[in-house]
Design a protein around this ligand. Structure first.
Ligand SMILES: Cc1cc2nc3c(=O)[nH]c(=O)nc-3n(C[C@H](O)[C@H](O)[C@H](O)COP(=O)(O)OP(=O)(O)OC[C@H]3O[C@@H](n4cnc5c(N)ncnc54)[C@H](O)[C@@H]3O)c2cc1C
Length: 244
């Protein structure tokens, strides 16, 4: 069903707790022809207390399955928006608009691609992962780094590890910012994202960066990359800032 003003209706099919304070919610979209490019987001129109709140959420699903849209929702402290989405029951309907956004992959022939996220910022990278597996983008190497506080906060990490084990051009690392473990797997690191990037021999002209998540960390990474001679056009980013 298509609603007014170019909006469309999503119906919640399932909602699953996938990490501490993080849910994957899946919507059915059987009667609307929705197309998006991996990396894009949509806006949900959330009706609460006679007001409509328009909030953005990155699409985490596979574009080749257009009838199902998956989002990754973080439970943000004191946020009635994330509480509403966390408590949504299967069968409930919600209006949406989109897709929007320029955080999309190009054919980076012979480049090394870094997908760096914090928390639910991994959502667009999951959608891109499906694309990287399916499409011939001629990227030499993809390094996916998911920064989370601890092992308890990992998001869909098994899917990324599995992809990296199947495809030697894809590497995945869970980078823990708040805990130290002494039994680390090869796909884990306990350090700041900046210290991890210092080990990567970054090179302008060779590396491309897609950053998504907490605005403060995105800003730190951006400054670090610029101070290491990356060009602004080699860095794309999307940060979650407070809605005012
Ligand atoms: C392009 C875009 C894509 C987004 N995609 C997602 C997504 O895939 N999943 C998701 O959960 N949220 C996502 N967000 C954030 C989301 O739109 C809302 O900010 C969030 O639901 C809280 O809304 P709010 O109005 O209650 O609080 P806000 O006023 O928006 O935020 C309150 C505080 O919580 C922080 N915050 C907001 N969202 C997060 C988050 N996900 N993780 C950690 N801290 C956060 C903000 O930086 C701020 O400090 C996205 C935002 C943008 C702009």
């Amino acid at each position: 069903m298509i609603a007014d003003n170019n909006t469309f209706i999503l119906t919640l099919a399932s909602s699953e707790l996938i990490s501490t304070g993080v849910k994957k919610i899946s919507f059915d979209l059987s009667n609307h022809n929705f197309d998006f490019i991996p990396g894009q987001y949509l806006n949900l129109l959330i009706k609460l207390e006679n007001q409509i709140y328009e909030r953005s959420f990155s699409i985490a699903s596979n574009k080749k399955v257009p009838s199902k849209i998956e989002l990754i929702i973080t439970s943000v402290t004191d946020s009635k928006i994330s509480k509403f989405l966390f408590d949504l029951e299967p069968g409930s309907s919600i209006e949406a608009k989109g897709p929007y956004g320029e955080l999309i992959l190009h054919n980076f022939k012979s480049k090394r691609l870094f997908l760096i996220s914090t928390g639910s910022g991994i959502a667009p990278h999951r959608s891109m992962l499906f694309q990287l597996i399916d499409d011939e983008l001629e990227i030499t190497k993809t390094e996916i780094i998911s920064v989370v506080r601890s092992r308890e906060h990992r998001i869909l990490f098994q899917e990324f590890i599995e992809a990296s084990q199947k495809d030697e051009t894809i590497d995945f690392i869970n980078c823990y910012s708040e805990e130290i473990y002494d039994d680390l797997n090869e796909w884990e690191a306990c350090c700041s994202i900046i210290d991890l990037l210092k080990t990567k021999e970054l090179k302008s002209g060779q590396d491309i960066f897609y950053l998504c998540g907490n605005q403060k960390i995105i800003d730190q990474v951006f400054k670090f990359l610029i101070s290491n001679n990356m060009m602004e056009e080699e860095i794309k980013f999307e940060g979650y800032k407070p809605n005012v």
